[in-house]
Design a protein around this ligand. Structure first.
Ligand code: PLP
Length: 384
């Protein structure tokens, strides 16, 4: 059978030595804190499941949901965007709701013609879905190097002209998973100017933009252009990863028109009762303020504990990750091992690309009891 070789030949999940060691420790009854998954552990605000169950009792939902998102949902997204970024979006021309942004990101490249050897560009450390999507769709990729020297943001002046000529989509993710870097408005403006000059689309993945400590991160939506598409998600800001709800936004009417056509046969309509809960979430700013405050407290406590343990934290001013290194460990693997010896499982930076050495990524979207234990364990003697 001729299966897609990009699926057959990639390892779904490499069982590294580190994971084997974690399994071993668990078998010995040693409790390991899993700080690898960016999935908020604190509860979803009560009003969200209430909006959902209220919707369910109001009417029967035996019909297919509107796959582009209901009119009230797209209107709620437009109102939210106006409150946040003073942008005027037309719910019909500029917004498509999605089933969480992961599926939207994965399928987005299908919208374009790749027959002329055009490429997708992504930072050398990235959310793996950009790469997996290109791989499965057989689209060539170019990697834009990240390092501490460039503040973990692609150096736009260093992209060769020949590469810029070939780029059709360029992924940018700010605040960045995994490094937490925040792109300034000036940076995004320069990027969009390049996209206009070289006729490509900036795909701005902004699922962490609402969770910041002091200064609100810039959004691509602050820049007036038809050369961007923005992916926003309720998963992190509203603790709704399990609901699957997000938005694809662009000022480019043609792009949105063809995107709707493309998504029509895909079966990605979010169930209508979840769309009702999503309307509540986009319309309420107070719960997001609360979540911001919640993560500010967790962030400050954890940063302090990491510094006291002799580790250095890069950035860490937005999102719910810490990008950490140690002068004593020259590889991500050895630093991850140090954490595991302290009963904490983290993600080696190299999981996101070779430029991740010698960092690790640690999540802090944990419940307070778990975070307290993690902080205690940082100060504890290692198990050996
Ligand atoms: C950078 C980035 N983009 C997109 C997503 C997908 O989020 P969702 O599908 O829950 O909207 C994630 C999830 O962890 C992420 O880290």
């Amino acid at each position: 059978m001729l299966f897609n070789p990009s699926i057959v030949n990639t390892t779904a999940y490499a069982l590294t030595e580190l994971h084997n060691r974690a399994i071993q420790l668990k078998e010995q009854g040693i409790d390991i804190i899993n700080a690898t998954i960016g999935d908020p552990k604190d509860d979803t605000p009560e009003s969200i499941p209430q909006a959902l169950s209220h919707a369910l009792t109001r009417q029967s939902y035996s019909q297919y949901p509107p796959y582009i998102g209901s009119q009230p949902l797209r209107q709620a997204i437009a109102h939210w965007a106006h409150r946040e970024y003073a942008i005027d979006l037309n719910p019909n021309d500029h917004i498509v709701a999605c089933n969480g942004t992961k599926e939207a990101i994965f399928s987005f490249p299908l919208l374009f013609d790749w027959s002329d050897n055009a490429v997708i560009a992504q930072p050398s450390l990235s959310y793996p879905v950009y790469h997996m999507s290109a791989l499965y769709h057989h689209i060539p990729m170019v990697s834009l190097p990240l390092s501490l020297r460039n503040g973990f943001l692609p150096d736009l002046d260093a992209i060769p002209d020949a590469t810029l000529q070939k780029i059709r989509l360029l992924w940018i993710n700010s605040p960045h998973n995994p490094t937490t870097t925040i792109a300034s408005k000036a940076y995004l403006t320069q990027l969009v100017a390049l996209a206009e000059k070289y006729n490509f689309i900036v795909c701005s993945d902004e699922c962490y933009n609402d969770l910041y400590d002091q200064q609100k991160p810039a959004s691509i939506m602050e820049i007036d252009s038809i050369h961007w598409v923005c992916f926003r998600s309720l998963s992190k800001r509203s603790h709704m990863t399990g609901y699957r709800s997000g938005a694809i936004i662009s000022q480019n009417k043609d792009l949105i028109q063809w995107l709707k056509k493309m998504r029509s046969p895909m079966g990605v309509g979010t169930p209508s009762f979840i769309q009702e809960a999503a309307i509540w979430a986009w319309s309420d700013d107070r719960h997001v303020d609360k979540h911001r405050a919640l993560y500010n407290t967790k962030r400050t406590r954890l940063k302090q504990a990491l510094n006291q343990a002799g580790l250095s934290v890069f950035g860490g001013n937005a999102g719910f990750y810490m990008w950490v290194k140690s002068p004593k460990y020259s590889t991500s693997e050895s630093l991850s091992q140090w954490f595991l010896d302290h009963r904490i499982m983290v993600t080696p930076g190299t999981t996101f690309g070779d430029d991740g050495n010698p960092y690790i990524r640690l999540v802090f979207c944990l419940r307070d009891d778990e975070l307290n234990r993690l902080i205690d364990q940082l100060a504890h003697d290692p198990i050996r």
